[in-house]
Design a protein around this ligand. Sequence first.
Ligand code: ZN
Length: 157
Amino acid sequence: MIATGTCFLRGDQVDGTVRGTVTFEWDDTEEVLIKGTIEGLKPGKHGLYVCAFGNVVNGNSSSGVHYNPCDKKHGGPNDEERHVGDLGNVEANDDGVAKFEMHDRLLRLAGNYSVIGHALVVTENEDDLGKGENDESLVAGNAGKGLAWGVIGIANK
Ligand code: ZN
């Protein structure tokens, strides 16, 4: 394993119900393995994205737009046209728990496109992956506000 990262997400809701943990593993192959569990969500799909910054002093309003070092438009994780930070959606079950595992071919844990030190955010609504046919879709996928966030840090291997 070349690098691992971890992120503890929580929000600023009064009841603090949305929270989760996401880990990133990279063994210097073409893909990073991303695994996580987020609870306290409404059942259904929720967007997940990495931010331009890791400043969560004011929650996800200070962590910036989607991490976009290649100057692309918003999209889905399998699209050519996407932000490096675009991780698509995770889906919460009837108990509000999203348990997921995905591989991403673009983001990294070191060097160019490293997401270490950047914030990760789970959103209120489903991310339309840039297919919403309006301007906001190509910026952030009409995914609504962030519900929980955290900074991706270096983890023990
Ligand atoms: Zn995006």
